[in-house]
Design a binder for this molecule. Structure first.
Ligand code: HEM
Length: 227
């Protein structure tokens, strides 16, 4: 890839997506009434419960794993006695595998439900459809990176390139050169993952930032079945 191509992908594009995430979220949270995932529970419930629980358990675990994987350097885990092998084989693949599998099964159920249930589909906006499909693609690419591309690439360790690049982005000195040699699957996964962050504030995903505490004190709203 050309010099400019790499700088675009690993410097300009990430900053545009991160700026969009922070600025967009700031303005969206100033209009709290619009921060919602517009529930479709009344349209279909069974698949939603299973898919949504698996998805949310998975995303919380995978999100935590990403924060640890990117922000905690190898030098720190080594200094507290965790070897690189133990970290990758047990922590990253074990926990990442468990939560990644929950996330993958959850998102597949939610995609199936949204595209095949007529009532849910007709009540979905373009953004709802695109966002769930984009999540599906990103999650599949993430799993393929961890469990296929990573183990098949001898000597590859994402904490020696991707994690350092990620940390240097936040101190405004991105080491984009580190991203040149990583396997394509990881590149595709990260480009899609960053897009999710960039579009996050303008989609239903924004509800993740909002803990609806008003439900604790509010009176019940009673729904009854039509038939
Ligand atoms: C924004 C930038 C992102 C970066 C830099 C990133 C980086 C990574 C890396 C390095 C791995 C491989 C870990 C390993 O080999 O053990 C991975 C795996 C994974 N990623 Fe991401 N990711 C990003 C966004 C996302 C998003 C938005 C999602 C989901 C919505 C996601 C879901 C996954 C999944 C499911 C896996 C496989 C299971 C696991 O290791 O947890 N990633 N990601």
């Amino acid at each position: 890839m050309s010099h400019f191509g790499s700088i675009f992908l690993w410097v300009i594009y990430p900053y545009v997506m991160l700026a969009s995430f922070f600025v967009g979220t700031f303005f969206r949270l100033r209009r709290p009434g619009t921060v919602t995932a517009k529930s479709s529970e009344l349209l279909e419930k069974k698949q939603l419960i299973v898919g949504s629980i698996l998805f949310h358990v998975g995303i919380i675990g995978v999100f935590g794993g990403h924060i640890i994987g990117i922000f905690i350097p190898e030098s720190f885990t080594r200094s507290i006695g965790i070897s690189d092998e133990f970290y990758h084989e047990f922590l990253a693949l074990g926990f990442g595998g468990f939560f990644g599998a929950c996330l993958l099964i959850g998102v597949l159920i939610l995609i199936w439900r949204r595209f095949t249930n007529r009532r849910v589909f007709l009540n979905s906006s373009w953004s709802d459809l695109v966002v769930i499909a984009a999540l599906g693609v990103t999650i599949v690419l993430g799993m393929l990176s961890s469990f296929v591309a990573g183990p098949m690439t001898a000597g590859f360790d994402y904490r020696q390139n991707i994690s350092i690049w990620g940390r240097t982005l936040f101190v405004l000195q991105p080491h984009w050169q580190l991203m040149g040699g990583i396997p394509l699957m990881y590149k595709l996964h990260i480009v899609c993952g960053l897009a999710i962050f960039g579009f996050f504030p303008y989609t239903r995903l924004v509800h993740a930032l909002y803990v609806p505490l008003q439900y604790l004190g509010r009176r019940f709203v009673v729904f009854r079945r039509y038939k």
